[in-house]
Design a protein around this ligand. Structure first.
Ligand SMILES: *Cc1c(COP(=O)(O)O)cnc(C)c1O
Length: 374
């Protein structure tokens, strides 16, 4: 059998940028400034400009980005952060790490992002921040979230870890709320060759605070204003990210083209294909369909040489780690139902027409197979 089609293949992308990446690495190593040097400073400026934000604060990963943003917003023990159960666990970890309590809402059945109709029910006198997640590369409904937040005196921290280049009503996500947090983990649409993340904001105080937190609470060397942490981005990653950033829009456009091809071919084959709201510039970090008998379909695809993923099989509120929060099955029915149906199929800019055909045909086969045959 030929080599399977992976969920994500970064080798082709690397080949297309190899010379520039190696030159960038060489530049950093020749200079031997490995932290808080020129590359991360320039990347901060370039990424902030890309997001139409005044400030960028480079950090070590997306979880730290969320953690520092929460700290800059003064969130701590006794505070509640309203977020979604339908997200990657890191969203919840960051909230818990600062000592605050996550309060979940369900997801919208079409966009998979925050169901804004449930915000009122989640509000308490302890609510301090709303943390929407632009899941799969589709923006949450920011107008609804911002107006609810402003009405009730809450701050908004966007978890934009899956949304580098995604837009809401034409505006890049990240700087719509008070702070936007991006993971730049290697598998994201804009990814380092290792770990990285960045916060963007239009608020100078938040930017200053996050810079202080990320470097041991220090602005002047060996003078520590506050208890901070080590959450710095290294110069090698910054230099690599600077090579990739100018290419991001082109890569996202290729993803959108592949998504259109998938959607055209798979409508009626699967239970649901992704639907982008008219206000969302979707970047398809993952392309997620819903199917009946998901685990069997996943297995059949694997046998046909098509590798898939599930983002995510267990909703956060049902994770063992969240047991102390006291949620139970039935609390968020949309998230729970979808967790058993969702399937992420191969998605990356360099997918060939032939690979797209293989995926589509394998999925058609798997979805028409009678369940009893297995
Ligand atoms: C990837 C991701 C994170 C965490 O990012 P890391 O860089 O892996 O720490 C947080 N939230 C979401 C939604 C993510 O997809």
């Amino acid at each position: 059998m030929t080599t399977p089609i992976p969920l994500l293949d970064l080798r082709a992308q690397y080949q297309s940028i190899r010379d520039d990446v190696l030159r960038a690495i060489e530049r950093v190593l020749d200079g031997m400034t490995l932290f808080l040097g020129p590359e991360q400073g320039l990347f901060e400026q370039e990424f902030a400009a890309y997001c139409h934000a005044a400030h960028g604060v480079s950090v070590s990963n997306g979880t730290d980005a969320l953690n520092l943003a929460l700290r800059a917003c003064g969130v701590g023990p006794g505070d509640e952060v309203i977020t979604v159960s339908n997200t990657f666990m890191a969203t919840v970890e960051a909230i818990t790490l600062v000592g605050a309590t996550p309060v979940f809402v369900d997801c919208d059945p079409t966009t998979y992002t925050m169901d804004c109709g449930q915000l009122a029910g989640a509000l308490t006198p302890r609510s301090k921040v709303i943390m929407p997640v632009h899941l799969y590369g589709h923006a949450a409904d920011m107008d609804a979230i911002m107006s609810f937040a402003r009405e009730h005196g809450l701050l908004v921290i966007e978890d934009a870890s899956q949304a580098q280049g995604a837009t809401y009503k034409g505006e890049p996500v990240g700087a719509i709320g008070d702070i936007g947090c991006f993971s730049l983990y290697y598998s994201k649409n804009l990814g380092a060759y290792g770990e990285a993340g960045i916060c963007v904001t239009n608020n100078t105080d938040y930017a200053t605070d996050m810079r202080t937190f990320r470097d041991h609470g220090s602005r002047v060397r060996y003078q520590h204003e506050i208890i901070g942490t080590n959450a710095r981005m290294d110069e090698l990653q910054a230099a690599i990210l600077r090579v990739k950033l100018p290419l991001l829009d082109g890569w996202n456009e290729r993803r959108r083209q592949h998504a259109a091809t998938y959607t055209e071919a798979l409508r009626g084959v699967v239970l649901a294909t992704p639907e982008a709201e008219p206000w969302a510039g979707h970047i398809y970090y993952v392309y997620v369909v819903r199917v009946a008998d998901r685990d069997r379909v996943k297995h059949d695809l694997e046998a046909a040489g098509v590798l898939t993923g599930v983002h995510y099989p267990i909703p956060c509120h049902l994770q063992p780690a969240c047991a102390p929060l006291g949620y139970k099955r039935g609390d968020f029915p949309v998230t729970e139902e979808y967790a058993d149906q969702i399937l992420s199929i191969p998605m990356y800019p360099e997918l060939t027409d032939e690979q797209l055909d293989t995926v589509i045909n394998a999925l058609k086969q798997a979805c028409s197979a009678p369940a009893s045959a297995h």
